[in-house]
Design a protein around this ligand. Structure first.
Ligand SMILES: [Zn+2]
Length: 342
């Protein structure tokens, strides 16, 4: 095989080096040409009883390598700290941290957005928008040679593997917050939550508003994120997180387990503005090229990710009373879903 990309190599090394400190699973074995690429998940902490879980995902789109790198940098840091950091050791008795750092190993290997079949994994889940989706970007079945291709053969192996894993995690959790790291949209860092396929209000927007308030009160100088339903930017078919949330509603009709799928869209256009030569380099469109900028991106989200872990450990979602949730539902409606004044 050609030399593995840095991210696949790093993930394999982290698993080999720290296998006594972590649990891993192979969620799928992706054949490509004459090779096989394992799709790994890694877990720290948790235990036998259901507990709060935070899931970090990267590399859904093979060109957006920085997303995988941010997740791998976090995993590496936690594995190093686990040796001496008593607070982290304590935290992992009450919370499970799960990682799928490279959802699309073949795409990463090939430097393509889609997988080995040119399918865009974030358009591949069996969920249709009944509203007008954005042309092309919303997902298309015209040709695998064009971007945002949804595929025609049902769910791809990578999608099946990720869906099954998230469902498995939900069955072992009292709450699940996930962060799926992407890059390439706009100038600032966005955090999107469902839905991507409809403008309908997301049922768990109340929990999301609670986390937003907690984060802004606790870290007032880290509020550079723009947090909103994805449908306010563009709508798509086939979003994995929309699909997973809908399936979760069927499995957990009484909404016992809050599930908050967040997508971090790192604003890579800002990197282009600062370094316009990047647009002549395809990878540069999605990934910071200068070393100092690269380091800055890798540390830029650590406060957010640490906050997610601490909030889960504190059971902040589990502790919300029905009365408080009802208030938050109304606040979330006014904040994100108010109809424009006519
Ligand atoms: Zn992406």
């Amino acid at each position: 095989m050609n030399k593995l990309p840095f991210e696949l190599d790093t993930l394999q090394q982290l698993i080999d080096t720290h296998h006594l400190k972590l649990q891993y699973q192979i969620l799928a074995d992706i054949p490509f040409r004459h090779e096989h690429f394992p799709l790994y998940s890694v877990e720290l902490g948790g235990g036998d009883k259901p507990c709060p879980t935070v899931l970090f995902v990267g590399g859904v789109h093979g060109v957006e390598r920085i997303g995988s790198q941010v997740i791998l940098a976090l995993l590496n840091s936690l594995l190093q700290r686990l040796v001496w950091d008593k607070h982290l050791q304590q935290m992992l008795t009450g919370v499970r941290l799960a990682f799928v750092p490279v959802v699309n190993p073949v795409g990463l290997f090939m430097g393509t957005r889609g997988n080995g079949n040119q399918v865009d994994l974030m358009r591949n889940a069996p969920i249709e928008s009944s509203e007008k989706v954005s042309f092309m970007v919303g997902g298309q079945r015209i040709s695998s040679r064009l971007p945002w291709y949804r595929g025609v053969g049902g769910m791809e192996l990578e999608t099946v593997g990720l869906v099954a894993y998230v469902q498995q995690l939900l069955s072992r959790s009292t709450s699940l917050i996930s962060l799926d790291a992407h890059s390439g949209f706009g100038l600032s860092d966005h955090i999107w939550f469902p839905y991507a396929h409809t403008r309908t209000a997301f049922e768990n927007a109340n929990y999301i508003l609670h986390l937003k308030q907690l984060f802004e009160q606790s870290y007032p100088h880290h509020g550079h994120y723009r947090l909103a339903p994805q449908s306010q930017f563009y709508r798509t078919h086939g979003d994995i997180w929309d699909y997973l949330y809908r399936q979760h509603q069927v499995a957990d009709p009484n909404a016992q387990v809050p599930f908050l799928p967040l997508t971090l869209e790192m604003g890579s256009w800002a990197w282009i503005k600062k370094n316009p030569r990047q647009i002549f380099n395809f990878a540069g469109f999605f990934n910071p090229q200068k070393t100092h900028r690269h380091h800055r991106i890798l540390r830029r989200h650590t406060v957010l990710m640490q906050f997610m872990m601490e909030a889960a450990y504190a059971q902040s979602l589990e502790q919300l009373t029905p009365e408080r949730l009802a208030e938050l539902t109304e606040c979330a409606r006014l904040y994100w879903y108010r109809e424009p004044q006519s």
